[in-house]
Design a binder for this molecule. Structure first.
Ligand code: IMP
Length: 199
């Protein structure tokens, strides 16, 4: 999912715009290390099952593909896309399905793969959507968890990193579709408006 930003400022160097800067919060190496552990935890819970990963586009793409390669055993995957209404780094919490699943999840061991858990409103919507489709198991893995931002009463079964209330980009996460290709998870800062906040 994308949270739209107020674009328009001049580019200073490729991928960056005037007044925006990034600082590394979690390095690519730490992400990869944690991912191996998450994969072990998931496989320990479902040692013989085919794991059907469902990635929420687009932020979870790198996380899902890296995780899939660490899981071992039989793995299949599918993607869906949702949008949330909101501007800048904020969201109103209204969620809309914009790309449905390609295959049925009935009777499958489903692992929902999310980039970041923020207010939890998206995940709440998704869990209700998936539960109606009667999977055998339904679990959630998130790379990042902004625990202090939670509004909805949801939790992930597997969490990569609990992070502070800062707007992050990189490793698939975007601001206005930019920064997804940064290898590290970084905090996005706006020089003109002070620190980028998602609160
Ligand atoms: P939630 O519904 O508030 O939990 O928001 C979940 C979605 O908002 C995530 O899947 C992201 O697409 C987006 N999001 C929330 N926080 C951030 C952030 O810090 N950076 C980039 N995207 C974010």
């Amino acid at each position: 999912m994308t949270k739209k930003g107020s674009a328009g400022s001049l580019k200073t160097r490729p991928g960056h715009r005037l007044g925006e800067s990034v600082r590394v919060l979690i390095s690519d190496a730490r992400v990869q290390q944690r991912l191996k552990q998450l994969a072990r935890d998931i496989r320990r819970d479902f040692p013989t099952e085919t794991l059907h990963l469902i990635g929420v586009l687009k932020g979870s793409v790198f996380f899902l593909t890296d995780l899939a390669r660490e899981l071992g055993g039989e793995v299949s995957f599918d993607f869906l896309a949702v949008s949330s209404y909101g501007k800048g780094t904020d969201s109103t919490g209204e969620v809309k399905l914009i790309k449905d699943l390609d295959v049925s999840i009935e009777g499958k061991t489903v692992i929902v793969v999310e980039d970041i858990l923020d207010t939890g409103l998206t995940l709440k919507y998704l869990l209700r959507f998936f539960e109606e489709k009667k999977p055998k198991h339904l679990r959630v893995v998130v790379l990042l968890d902004k625990v202090e931002r939670r509004i909805a009463d949801v939790r992930a079964d597997y969490v990569g990193f609990v992070i502070p209330n800062e707007f992050v980009v990189g490793y698939g996460l975007d601001f206005d579709e930019r920064y997804r290709n940064l290898p590290d998870v970084c905090v996005l800062q706006f020089a003109s408006k002070g620190k980028a906040k998602s609160a």
